[in-house]
Ligand binder design. Structure first.
Ligand code: C2E
Ligand code: CA
Ligand code: CA
Length: 550
């Protein structure tokens, strides 16, 4: 990358002489006769090094460069000056508004040397030291210059698991990862107008031609999310992206456009698409959260929750043996909201108890229906959130289950309760007792998300478990990562040794199905067979499986 030099002097022969002296160095030159002209050029073009004379009419060189420092702190500033102005030069250096000065008359070799140092410094400042991508500041400067000539689409991406990926990699490997990401961006986008820049912790930005379709951004997310190998480390990045068109939001500064793309990025979660465009009336994620928290309190009374059932198939005959009940919130304005979003909220403001009771009652209702339909051998599981468990024996979920155990004892054996590994590992004695009591009521206990925590055999043994659910992350990585395979084998055989049933979760492909069979997992749950189904669809599928009806 060659540096852009801006030469500022009211006497035209000085810039001309500098240019001649530096001709062989490969710089690009911009020339201004006054401070005002210089600022016009700075606004229009990215400039790396500014060289100004001290003596100019109107403002002095040190006043001018101090203002350049305020407005364009990424430029490297040099001053030309004679002996007479030495004090002004010293002040300017001490204030940090200039990098070095060149004494007039200069020697060409000296001039070359100083400008070379300034240029190197400017280049170094514009590159992010961890990724080698251009910096946030340079991106904004270039974007502002671009927007004077043409509209653009600004894309901001996020690497959600960057911290995890970096923990796995050495310093050199991190740079290799950054290079790989840059290559994939280039492959997905053709030629971005401004290429990759680092924003902050896992965020990056690009600018595209506005006429590009948004399938290009979808393609970018897909390509970046594909498995990759850095040396022998296999990884998969979790990527989301948001974008904004500069034409869509009136006149906006580069900073404001980037912020809007970030708002769109957070909406990508709510829309569940992996990428989203900015809509002028879309709420910021914070506002949306607040509004959802508010609406959550009345969602139960307004019957906005419903259950879906995700079948679990026997790994031998591939027939449905059980299902997991998953809660859904149909919001009147925002549409379907994922439990991953609202369970947290419900835990924080205490609604989780009511929601938990609703989930149990609805699941029991489905068990009753199954029994009436003559399919009473199908088991259903429901999820218990961490907060529900910490309430121990006084918990409302346990009270409800006690009641059901009295009224419909025969259904309890068909019911399974899921708690996550991380919850039970630091769970209190009263929580363990609550699980034991549930077990005495005939309910089976499953350890959910197994493999994401760090539980030991001894800890597992101390819990009243019947089932282990191997987490999706273990299954998803087996094709790309040998270590995952080893870990999975180990965990599956450990579960068997403890006499537990094993359910593999998040199984999406046929080769993953094969691995689950090879490892003798009892049940398989995942998109390879079924997504979570509305209850009517669940019954339809079950019936046709049992009676050969299609
Ligand atoms: P979880 O218990 O681990 O549930 C499995 C999640 O993985 C579900 O997401 C399910 O739709 C999804 N899934 C299933 N198969 C596949 C697959 O093959 N590939 C992929 N990519 N995903 C798959 P969902 O329904 O969004 O639920 C998210 C989490 O919300 C659940 O994770 C659970 O922790 C919580 N949750 C759901 N329903 C309830 C509930 O009724 N009560 C409580 N307390 N938490 C719930
Ligand atoms: Ca679960
Ligand atoms: Ca799970």
């Amino acid at each position: 990358m060659s540096s852009n030099l801006l030469l500022v002097d009211d006497e035209p022969n000085v810039p001309r002489a500098i240019r001649r002296a530096l001709r062989s160095e490969g710089y690009k030159f911009l020339i201004a006769n006054s401070a005002a002209e210089a600022f016009d050029l700075l606004r229009a073009t990215p400039v790396d090094v500014v060289i100004s004379d001290h003596r100019m009419p109107g403002v002095t060189g040190s006043e001018f460069l101090s203002e350049v420092n305020n407005r364009y702190p990424d430029t490297v500033r040099l001053m030309l000056s004679g002996q007479a102005d030495i004090e002004a030069v010293i002040d300017a250096i001490n204030e940090g508004s200039i990098f070095k000065f060149v004494a007039k008359p200069w020697k060409n070799d000296q001039l070359k040397q100083v400008v070379r140092e300034a240029s190197n410094r400017a280049q170094a400042q514009q590159v992010d030291e961890h990724t080698g991508w251009q910096t946030h500041k340079l991106f904004k400067t270039r974007l502002s210059a671009l927007l004077e000539d043409q509209p653009a689409r600004i894309v901001v991406g996020e690497i959600r698991n960057l911290a995890t990926a970096w923990a796995l990699l050495s310093k050199d490997q991190r740079r290799a990862l950054a290079d790989k990401i840059a290559q994939r961006c280039a492959a997905a986008l053709g030629e971005p107008v401004i290429e990759l820049a680092s924003l902050d912790r896992g965020l990056f930005a690009l600018a595209l031609d506005i006429s590009e379709g948004d399938d290009l951004i979808n393609g970018l997310v897909e390509r970046l999310s594909a498995p990759m190998v850095i040396d022998d480390q296999a990884l998969r990045l979790h990527i989301a992206a948001g974008y904004v068109d500069s034409t869509a939001v009136g006149d906006s500064t580069p900073g404001a456009l980037i912020r809007k793309a970030i708002v769109a990025l957070t909406n990508a979660d709510i829309e569940g698409t992996g990428y989203a465009g900015y809509r002028p009336n879309s709420m910021t994620s914070l506002k949306l959260r607040q509004s959802l928290e508010h609406d959550l309190s009345s969602a139960l009374a307004r019957s906005q929750f419903f259950l879906q059932l995700q079948p679990q198939v026997d790994s031998g005959n591939l027939r449905i043996r059980s299902a997991e009940a998953l809660i859904r919130w149909q919001h009147p304005v925002h549409g379907l909201i994922s439990p991953a979003q609202f369970i947290d909220m419900a835990e924080r403001n205490g609604f989780i108890n009511d929601i938990g009771v609703w989930v149990i009652c609805s699941t029991m209702q489905q068990l009753e229906t199954l029994a009436e339909l003559g399919m009473g051998d199908v088991r259903l599981s429901f999820n218990l959130s961490p907060r529900q468990l910490t309430d121990g024996g006084t918990a409302s979920w346990l009270t409800v289950l006690r009641q059901y155990a009295i009224e419909e004892p025969e259904l309890m054996n068909q019911l399974e309760l899921e708690v996550t590994e991380s919850t039970v590992m630091d769970c209190s004695e009263s929580a363990t007792r609550a699980l034991e009591e549930a077990k005495e009521l005939g309910i089976r206990i499953a350890l959910d998300d197994f493999g994401t925590g760090h539980s030991s055999l001894a800890q597992l043994n101390a819990l009243p478990l019947d089932v282990l659910k191997l987490d999706r992350s273990l299954i998803q990585d087996i094709e790309i990562n040998e270590r995952s395979m080893t870990l999975l084998k180990h965990l599956a055989s450990m579960a068997k040794d403890l006499g537990l049933e094993v359910i593999a979760e998040g199984v999406e492909t046929q080769s993953q199905v094969q691995v689950c069979k090879d490892l003798h997992c009892d049940l398989i749950q995942g998109y390879a067979f079924y997504k979570p189904l509305d209850v009517e669809d669940f019954y339809r599928v079950l019936r046709s499986e049992r009676h050969g009806q299609h």
